[in-house]
Write a protein that binds this ligand. Structure first.
Ligand code: GLN
Length: 268
């Protein structure tokens, strides 16, 4: 089992005050009756919070043994819905379908380890950030790529429509970037020698590297980012409720306990 530095594991939630003493949220559904005393529950009470995600992104989202979508984002959505007196319904889709699904009202929220970017902010609104993301580089052990400075002229695998895709296409040109529908497909191409590296988010990268021998994550990251919940542009009512719930979940330790459930601190 590969060890990672403390800094790499500091995937922590955006608030330094989180203390990790709350109980973990229930899974993909929330009990309608559970949030009667919550001020945020007004218009949403009893409704369904339709969450979109792409469940190839562990530990944020993955398909569990029972076939349901699980992970940090599913638990956070359940905890928010609990605060709002709603239940969660999760739809698993391609990552680059999430923003169109918000725009067409197919889903209410996208929780997908989604990075806040100025371009996306033109299409959707984002909640307050609930986690830090890091774009890292996965290479085969023994690769001559030792840092981001060595990527010039290499064949880089990315997940379509992600920030890794956008950065690499911008920095190295479309001809050097091979897009895949999800991270596991990009990593499979790396294992097969079809590409030289994969640029992808750190926590999924750790999972992919643990599942495939002969790969490693470079110590130098490609970019630091903030994850947030995307909501249809202009739906300020839901945005305010989600932010209110996130604030409470941060203050009472629930967010930290959800992260702790999936990200193993003893790897430090
Ligand atoms: N954080 C990256 C992005 O927002 C990747 C997210 C994902 O693949 N689920 O583009």
């Amino acid at each position: 089992m590969k060890k990672f530095t403390a800094a790499m594991l500091t995937m922590a939630l955006a608030g330094a005050m989180l203390t990790g003493c709350g109980s973990a949220a229930s899974n993909t559904t929330a009990d309608d009756s559970a949030a009667k005393d919550n001020t945020a529950a007004a218009a949403t009470d009893g409704g369904t919070l339709r969450m979109g995600t792409n469940a190839t992104f562990p530990p944020y989202e993955f398909v569990g043994d029972d076939g349901s979508v699980q992970g940090i984002d599913a638990d956070i959505a359940a905890a928010i819905a609990d605060k709002l007196g709603m239940k969660v319904e999760i739809t698993d889709m391609e990552f680059d379908s999430l923003i169109p699904a918000l725009q067409s009202d197919t889903i209410d929220v996208a929780l997908a380890g989604m990075t806040v970017t100025p371009e996306r902010q033109e299409s959707v609104d984002f909640s307050d950030s609930y986690a830090k993301g890091v774009q890292v580089i996965i290479v085969p052990e023994g690769s001559d790529i030792q840092s981001p400075d060595d990527l010039e002229g290499k064949n880089i695998g990315v997940q379509t429509g992600t920030t890794g895709d956008t950065y690499c296409t911008g920095d190295y040109g479309q001809e050097h970037v091979k897009q895949f529908n999800n991270g596991p497909l990009a990593v499979a191409a790396l294992v097969n020698g079809q590409i030289d590296c994969v640029v992808i988010d750190q926590e999924p990268a750790k999972n992919y590297v643990a599942a495939n021998s002969g790969l490693k994550i470079l110590d130098t990251a490609y970019a630091d980012e903030d994850y947030a919940i995307a909501i249809k542009k202009g739906n300020t009512e839901l945005l305010d409720k989600v932010n209110g719930a996130l604030k409470e979940l941060g203050e009472d330790g629930t967010l930290q306990s959800i992260v702790d459930k999936y990200i193993n601190a003893d790897a430090q």
